[in-house]
Design a protein around this ligand. Structure first.
Ligand SMILES: [Fe+2]
Length: 245
């Protein structure tokens, strides 16, 4: 296996013609599915942030847009960040994203998040005020409890069942907004399958619900709207307090 190049910073000129082809293929393939099945807020956010099939996003341009919209930004990391770094940056309205792309042989499955997952999946909703209020609160609460591993796991579960694999009701229909679904064809198809379990969003249940990163998800939680995420911050704080006392 050749060693993958995981740059610490995005150098736009280093993207190869294959990288552009991979981005375009993944973008078009996912767009076809998300047009019908993703949350309308995600579709609006994708337009606002200006991503297209033709152009790999330039982090500098994305950050200018996000700064104007919600004050958030992306920062480049070579691979998944440790929890303390990840949550600390969230509390500073910063999302950690890789800037390298999978190659053509990995279109359907990649072991670790690449830029298509991090940027196509996560970045657009950083322009949504309710979503980022919830996301920042997660960072703030984690940083107050960073030396409590049990609480950090509870917050990671919450992150998993919302930001990564969350579903939302749009005019009575279940749509998805989690980055793990938005950026993966197999997860998209599975989330759409009526046989996968969909439960109503419930903070205290989610914070006790273990998850696995190595399988297609079996259960999903559905929010009524993005406002439900920001409205649930007090419930998260209550759960944290319950665990501490
Ligand atoms: Fe992710």
């Amino acid at each position: 296996m050749t060693e993958r190049n995981r740059p610490e910073q995005q150098v736009y000129a280093n993207y190869t013609p294959e990288d552009f082809k991979v981005w375009k293929t993944l973008f078009n393939r996912q767009y076809e599915l998300i047009e019908k099945h993703a949350s309308k807020d995600y579709i609006i956010a994708l337009e606002k942030i200006g991503f297209t099939a033709e152009r790999i996003p330039d982090f500098q341009e994305v950050n200018i847009r996000l700064k104007n919209l919600t004050g958030w930004q992306l920062t480049t990391v070579p691979c998944i960040s440790p929890a303390d770094k990840f949550f600390n940056l969230l509390s500073k309205k910063t999302f950690t994203a890789t800037c390298w792309l999978r190659n053509f042989s990995e279109l359907d499955y990649i072991e670790e998040p690449d830029m298509f997952h991090d940027v196509f999946g996560h970045a657009p909703l950083l322009s949504n005020p309710d979503y980022v209020t919830f996301f920042k609160a997660m960072g703030d609460i984690a940083m107050k409890n960073i030396h409590n591993p049990q609480l950090i796991i509870m917050l990671q579960r919450l992150y998993w069942f919302t930001i990564e694999f969350g579903l939302v009701l749009d005019s009575g229909e279940i749509k998805f907004y989690g980055a793990g679904i938005l950026s993966s064809m197999s997860e998209t198809k599975h989330a759409l399958n009526p046989e996968s379990t969909k439960k109503a969003y419930n903070v205290s249940e989610i914070m006790q619900h273990d998850f696995r990163t190595d399988i297609i998800q079996e259960e999903y939680y559905v929010i009524d709207s993005f406002a439900q995420l920001s409205d649930s911050i007090a419930d998260i704080e209550k759960e944290v307090l319950k665990t501490l006392t």
